[in-house]
Design a protein around this ligand. Structure first.
Ligand SMILES: [Mn+2]
Length: 365
């Protein structure tokens, strides 16, 4: 990759890292408020500002403004930002992408200037319109670095190649490598990535919180905002003092919260989750609320909530989406997020980033 930015961060700073905002301006602002972001902080935005959410252009404008007025705000590109180069290169495949994806910064921009995509629209025409009206944004997006290197960290959207000189990682790998936490790198620095929702790594309970792997020196922070139904927008907080770094995190999501009205103890036989790409399941035993299923992709047995099981066009059983197969213990008075209370007998909740089922009687709405 060519675009690597060197950054020196003073030892006593607080560093906040947020990735994969995906057009969620309100959530992003709420998260900055929750961490009490100030101009004293370093803020690293780890790629994928746009696409998937409803206000991509709002996020891009807001972050451009933040970075222009605050020298401690730094942004790197994700695979969603590199789409702008496909536009500049007049890649005809971009039309197919735009027809399939309704929520895109290109649609928002085109709508703003009253241009509609029809059967006859060419990528050249879109390029002409957008570069004329959004020159500043496009220039800013294409100039974003692929990685930021500090004395202790490498910030990159998706990951690094497992090679001696990480700077030789090609840009495509850097912005779109899947499942970096299952791979490794050879840098002596911590590599902070987004891109791959951490929920995909859950083996026990489905959890969307950042994962810090000190052995691999990888920190994965994508909470699956706008990708996973129960996902969240995470902020990783690194407070540096003397020679130590204290890590913490917080998150925001769209779900309402509620107070638990009684103690509920999770059934330990219910654990794990169904996660991308292993949606195929084979029902073994149907019970009142959950069905014990085999999950051929992982060779595990999972209890899947009956309402989340459907058949695809080929008649095969599938989980409808990523779904927790675990129950969660809660105590009287706990504040939890209510994700789904439309099912029989049990409600889906999130407690401290972990998603699971609780008997409905314990949940007050
Ligand atoms: Mn990404």
């Amino acid at each position: 990759m060519d675009k690597i930015k060197q950054l020196s961060i003073p030892k006593d700073s607080r560093v906040i890292v947020i990735s994969d905002i995906h057009g969620e301006l309100a959530l992003f602002k709420a998260l900055l408020e929750k961490v009490q972001f100030s101009t004293e902080d370093y803020l690293i935005i780890n790629g994928d500002l746009c696409e998937k959410g409803s206000n991509s252009k709002g996020v891009v404008s807001y972050v451009m403004e933040l970075a222009a007025t605050n020298p401690r705000v730094h942004v790197i590109e994700g695979n969603c930002e590199t789409l702008v180069e496909e536009l500049l290169n007049e890649n005809p495949q971009l039309l197919g992408y735009l027809r399939a994806r309704k929520d895109s910064i290109f649609h928002e921009w085109l709508q703003q200037i009253g241009v509609e995509i029809t059967e006859e629209t060419t990528v050249q025409h879109i390029k002409e319109c957008l570069t004329k009206h959004f020159y500043k944004e496009i220039e800013w997006l294409t100039a974003l670095p692929t990685a930021i290197e500090t004395d202790e960290y490498i910030f990159v959207h998706a990951g690094l190649a497992d090679i001696d000189d990480w700077k030789q990682t090609d840009r495509d790998t850097a912005v779109s490598l899947p499942a970096f936490l299952e791979k490794s790198h050879r840098s002596d620095k911590y590599v902070v990535v987004g891109h791959w929702p951490v929920g995909n790594y859950s083996t026990d309970v489905l959890v969307h919180n950042p994962i810090i792997d000190h052995e691999k020196k990888i920190i994965a922070i994508d909470g699956g905002n706008n990708v996973k139904e129960s996902g969240q927008l995470n902020a990783l907080i690194m407070q540096r003092t003397n020679n130590e770094t204290a890590y913490s995190f917080t998150y925001v999501d769209h779900y309402p919260t509620c107070k638990v009205g009684g103690d509920f103890k999770a059934d330990p036989k219910m654990s794990g989750s169904i996660s991308y790409p292993f949606y195929e399941i084979v029902p073994v035993e149907r019970e009142n609320h959950f069905t014990l299923c085999k999950q051929p992709g992982t060779n595990q047995l999972r209890y899947v909530k009956n309402e989340y099981i459907h058949r695809n066009e080929k008649g095969q059983f599938q989980a409808k989406t990523d779904i927790s197969c675990a129950q969660i213990s809660v105590k009287n008075g706990d504040i939890v997020s209510l994700l789904d209370d439309s099912c029989s007998g049990y409600s889906l909740i999130k407690k401290d980033g972990a998603v699971g089922w609780v008997e409905q009687n314990f949940i007050c709405s």
